[in-house]
Design a protein around this ligand. Structure first.
Ligand code: DGY
Length: 365
C-alpha cells in the first residue's frame, strides 16, 4: 500500500480525498500552534511515496536525497520557496503548488491591511474598547485617504509583482478611483529604467477559477518611479534570490514620507530591519504586514510601533479558500502517486528526466 505523509493537519476536505483512496495516510502534527519537528519530517518522508507539505517545512536537498521512494511533493500553498525545486528536479521529484484559488482571498486581505493602516483601525479599536471614546473629536485618530477624499487627488497604488494576486489587488483599486502603477519581476534591479504599458487588468499565468479582471489600467513603470510616486506600495512577488531584500533601505528612502508599504507576499522580500528604521524615523507613514523575514519571529521593535498592522500570515485564511487549497494539494498528490503529470506541477521538466523514470519504475516493482 502506498504511504503518504501530510506534514500538518490540513482542512478535512483534503484529508478526506486522500483517505478515500487505497493509501496509508499519516498526519505529522495535528496541533494548530506547532509544526512537525525536523527529525520526524525526515523519517516520515524517507518512508513515504507522497509528501503533502506546508510552507512551514523546508523540503530541502537533504530531505529529498533521503527519500528515494518519493513520487512527488504537493505543497499546500501558491508559494514554494520552502522547497528546493532545483534539487527536486535533479532527483526526479515533481513538485506542485496551489495557484489561483487563493488569489481573491489574499487580495482582500491586502486591502484590509491597506485600509486598516491608513485609517488606523487597530488604534481606533483599542481606543474604543479601552473606554477612551468620550466625545467625537475633529482631530481624533486622523488617518490618510485611500480614495481622493478631502484633497480630491487620486491616490497612486504601486503593485510590485502584477501577477495573479497583484492584478486582483489592482482590480479592487477601481472602486477607490486610484491610479495604478505596476512593476514586474521580469524587470531586474539592473533594468529599473524600463517602461511600457500593461493592458487593462493584465495578468500572468492565469489559472482556472480566477475572476476576470475589471480593474483600472496598470501602467508599467520602473521600480524607482513606482516607489517615488505611490501612496501605497503593495508587494506580490515570490521569494527568490532576485527578490530577496528587494525593498531595503534605499528603496524605503525613495518612498514618500506619506506612503504606506503593504506586504502579503513573503517577508524576506523586505529588509525588515531597514523597515523598522523607516517606520520609526518616519521615512514612510506606515506598513501593513502579513509576512515576516524570519517568520514567525518579528524583528525587534516592529511590534511596538503604532504605524504598523501585523497579521500572522493569514492572506489565504478563509474557510472556503483553505478547504480548496487542501483539496487541490490532495489532487496534485494523487497525480504524483499515480506517476501522472500533476495539474499544478512547478517543475514540469522533471518528467523528461531519467531520475523521474527511475523513481516511477522503482515504485511499480
Ligand atoms: C501561499 O499560498 O503561498 C500563502 O502564503 C499561504 O497561503
Amino acid at each position: 500500500m502506498r504511504r503518504v505523509f501530510v506534514t500538518r493537519r490540513i482542512p478535512d476536505e483534503g484529508l478526506r480525498l486522500l483517505e478515500a483512496e487505497d493509501l496509508a495516510v499519516h498526519v505529522g502534527q495535528s496541533r494548530e500552534d506547532a509544526g512537525v519537528d525536523r527529525a520526524s519530517l525526515l523519517k516520515e518522508a524517507a518512508r513515504s511515496h507522497g509528501l503533502l507539505s506546508l510552507l512551514t517545512e523546508p523540503v530541502d536537498r537533504e530531505l529529498l536525497e533521503a527519500s528515494p521512494g518519493l513520487l512527488g511533493v504537493a505543497n499546500c500553498a501558491v508559494g514554494y520557496d520552502n522547497v528546493d525545486v532545483e534539487a527536486a528536479t535533479e532527483l526526479g521529484v515533481p513538485v506542485s503548488n496551489t495557484p489561483g484559488v487563493l488569489t481573491d482571498t489574499t487580495a482582500d486581505l491586502t486591502w484590509a491591511l491597506l485600509l486598516g493602516v491608513a485609517r488606523r483601525i487597530p488604534e481606533a479599536h483599542e481606543y474604543t474598547v479601552a473606554g477612551r471614546f468620550r466625545i467625537w473629536g475633529p482631530n481624533l485618530l486622523l488617518g490618510a485617504d485611500v480614495s481622493p477624499g478631502g484633497s480630491g487627488r487620486r491616490k497612486v497604488l504601486g503593485i510590485v509583482g502584477p501577477g495573479r494576486i497583484g492584478a486582483a489587488v489592482a482590480e479592487r483599486a477601481a472602486g477607490f478611483r486610484m491610479e495604478v502603477l505596476a512593476h514586474g519581476r521580469s524587470e531586474s534591479r539592473e533594468s529599473r529604467e524600463s517602461g511600457g504599458e500593461l493592458k487593462k487588468g493584465e495578468r500572468r499565468q492565469e489559472a482556472p477559477g480566477t475572476t476576470s479582471p475589471t480593474g483600472p489600467l496598470m501602467r508599467r513603470t520602473s521600480l524607482d518611479e513606482l516607489l517615488e510616486r505611490s501612496d501605497f506600495v503593495s508587494l506580490h512577488l515570490p521569494l527568490t534570490e532576485a527578490t530577496h531584500h528587494l525593498i531595503g533601505e534605499a528603496e524605503l528612502r525613495r518612498m514618500k514620507e506619506s506612503a504606506y508599504l503593504i506586504n502579503t507576499s513573503r517577508g524576506a522580500v523586505v529588509d525588515e530591519e531597514a523597515l523598522v528604521k523607516a517606520l520609526r524615523e518616519g521615512w514612510i507613514a506606515g506598513a501593513g504586514l502579513d509576512v515576516y523575514e524570519n517568520e514567525p519571529a518579528l524583528t525587534p521593535g516592529l511590534a511596538e510601533l503604532d504605524n504598523v498592522i501585523v497579521a500572522p500570515h493569514i492572506g489565504s485564511a478563509s474557510r472556503d479558500t483553505r478547504a480548496r487549497m487542501a483539496t487541490m494539494a490532495a489532487e496534485n498528490l494523487l497525480h504524483h502517486l499515480r506517476g501522472e503529470r500533476a495539474p499544478n506541477v512547478v517543475n514540469p521538466q522533471v518528467y523528461e528526466t531519467e531520475a523521474w523514470e527511475a523513481r516511477r519504475a522503482r515504485s511499480n516493482q
